[in-house]
Ligand binder design. Structure first.
Ligand code: CA
Length: 218
């Protein structure tokens, strides 16, 4: 899971990022409203956490622009306890949740998890597609343990529910865009996943759309 965190108080941002990453939530950080909006519109995030008082563009403005573009990502707004009006405004503008500062990172992590639970959840942390069962807590596929990257890839494919998942999207989301032009990486992991699925004996398959990406078929 990868989230975007827009916050101008660097010391706070560093601490929150550190603590969220310890809990398995990858964090991309933006220090002002403009940078935040630029990153947000890439639409690769599972959740966006927006401080309201920000340089250049406020959290509310970012929120409004994200929603205007039809991006439905879950958004959590942050602001100081005294700013009740901000809370109302944020929720009115399409935020999904609100957290008052100061907050505990465990609380933020819990809210992020609650908002990113997808409708494909069958039970607890299990996600299904056809006869595939992915356990996001164990990071296993039909009981077989996966490496972190294999788990990230199959999770994205299962969430897409048979729709095409672009290679570029996977690279940005899983590798954080740090490996431009290295789509061989994905090929390697996909081929390992295919071998594993064959070994498990499931009927679901990962299909390649050449040059574009992958999708699951039942
Ligand atoms: Ca601020």
């Amino acid at each position: 899971m990868r989230i975007l965190y827009v916050e101008d108080e660097k010391y706070l941002a560093d601490a929150v990022k550190y603590n969220l990453e310890k809990q398995g939530i990858d964090v991309d950080y933006a220090a002002d409203g403009e940078e935040g909006l630029n990153k947000a519109v890439s639409d690769i995030y599972d959740c966006i956490v927006l401080d309201i008082m920000l340089p250049k563009l406020s959290g509310i403005e970012i929120l409004e622009r994200i929603r205007k573009r039809g991006i439905g990502v879950p958004i959590i707004m942050l602001s100081a306890l005294s700013e009740v009006e901000d809370k109302v405004k944020g929720l009115d503008s399409g935020a999904d949740d609100y957290l008052a500062k100061p907050f505990k990172t465990v609380e933020l992590a819990a809210r992020i998890r609650a908002l990113t639970r997808r409708p494909v959840v069958v039970k607890g942390d299990k996600y299904c597609f056809g006869d595939l069962v992915y356990d996001n807590r164990q990071k296993s596929l039909n009981g077989e343990l996966l490496t972190a990257k294999e788990a990230d890839i199959i999770f994205e494919l299962i969430k897409a529910d048979g729709k095409l998942v672009q290679k570029e999207f996977l690279l940005n989301k899983i590798w954080g865009g740090e490996v431009y032009g290295e789509d061989n990486y994905i090929e390697v992991y996909v081929s390992r996943l295919r071998k594993m699925m064959k070994k498990i004996g499931v009927e679901a398959q990962i299909k390649t759309s050449r040059g574009l990406g992958y999708r699951l078929v039942k």
